[in-house]
Design a protein around this ligand. Structure first.
Ligand code: SF4
Length: 324
């Protein structure tokens, strides 16, 4: 199957005066049509910047993004306007990204107005009602303002707007982390239903590893601008091979108290180092209990160590003797 999106050596650096902040520093992966690709990691690992750069909300420092085989970073602004209809984003904080002075109808219709999609008010209203219905809202919500809604409903409005132009690819940037736990599953289920109905492809960015497992087909784990591990979701959660992934997964509580008592929790030492001056060699070297000289000298490449399972670690075979 051909990928819908191919990211090749993508970098996004920011000049912050005291140096270059290497938020994303050479990541590569494919996302297939209809797939949900999870991107996880602690805050500051570069996952949100990667998502924004992929849909060109930020211009990349280096690299390629192929969409249907076309490098979108080489497109003129006119060509990009057409391609952009296929890319949308759902944000973490639905309240912050909805204009409080606009009605829900105008918020959802904004992309239609910008791209001059509808030829009459009647057509515009019909499309907005269709979109509201798709996300589980009704006609009665159209003339209300964002502050009249709960967090979950506001996220539904944000999703309706993201769907207005029939996009193919949606970057979901921590779409549930600002919501109550009781509402999170509803929004995730809505995203899954919409994917099945409309054939959408998602990049799902999150720090909550348990929710990513539930929604994603494949998951990539990021640390300090690099991808450390990438595998099918179940494979990654059942057989993590990178020391960083193992530590992240060992911190997720298990509902069974007996299993929880018996498990070995891997403690990560220190904080994520600054991306302005990241460690030489492996980015994880200062927090890794297995680190040796080679880890400081050479950056490990992301390599396929089992079918579909990629790991960036010099010592992956030694650390995982029982499974590799
Ligand atoms: Fe640890 Fe070295 Fe592997 Fe990096 S390359 S994760 S420092 S063992």
């Amino acid at each position: 199957m051909n990928p819908l999106i191919s990211v090749r050596n993508l970098k996004k650096h920011f000049d912050v005066g005291e140096g270059m902040l290497k938020a994303v520093d050479g990541i590569s992966f494919d996302i297939h049509e209809g797939e949900t690709f999870g991107l996880v990691g602690e805050s500051g690992c570069g996952k949100s910047t990667a998502g924004r750069t992929m849909i060109r909300l930020y211009e990349p420092t280096e690299g390629e993004l192929l969409f249907n085989g076309q490098n979108v970073y080489e497109l003129s602004s006119r060509e990009m306007k057409e391609v952009r209809k296929n890319f949308q984003m759902i944000f973490q904080d639905p309240y912050a990204c909805l204009n409080p002075r606009m009605t829900v109808e105008d918020i959802v219709a904004e992309p239609l107005d910008i791209h001059k999609i509808c030829h009459s008010k009647k057509e515009r209203r019909k499309r907005v009602m269709e979109l509201l219905e798709l996300v589980g809202l009704g006609k009665e919500h159209a003339m209300r303002f964002p502050h009249e809604f709960s967090g979950g409903q506001r996220q539904r409005v944000g999703i309706a707007r993201a769907l207005a132009l029939n996009p193919k690819f949606i970057v979901c940037d921590e779409p549930i982390s600002a919501l109550d736990v009781s509402i999170q599953a509803q929004v995730v289920n809505l995203l899954k239903d919409l994917q099945a109905k409309l054939g959408l492809t998602y990049l799902f960015i999150a720090h909550d590893l348990s929710m990513v497992r539930y929604i994603s087909d494949r998951v990539a784990v990021m640390y300090l601008g690099h991808i450390m591990e990438l595998a099918d979701s179940e494979e990654l959660y059942n057989t993590p091979l990178h020391p960083y992934t193992k530590a992240l997964l060992s911190a997720i509580p298990i509902p069974n108290p007996k299993e929880q008592r018996n498990r070995h929790r891997i403690m990560l030492e220190g904080d994520v180092p600054s991306p302005i001056n990241p460690p030489q060699g492996c980015r994880f070297v200062d927090r890794c209990m297995y680190a040796t000289d080679i880890c400081r000298q050479k950056t490990p490449r992301l390599e396929e160590v089992k079918t579909g399972h990629h790991v960036a670690c010099h010592l992956v075979k030694e650390i995982n003797k029982e499974v590799l």
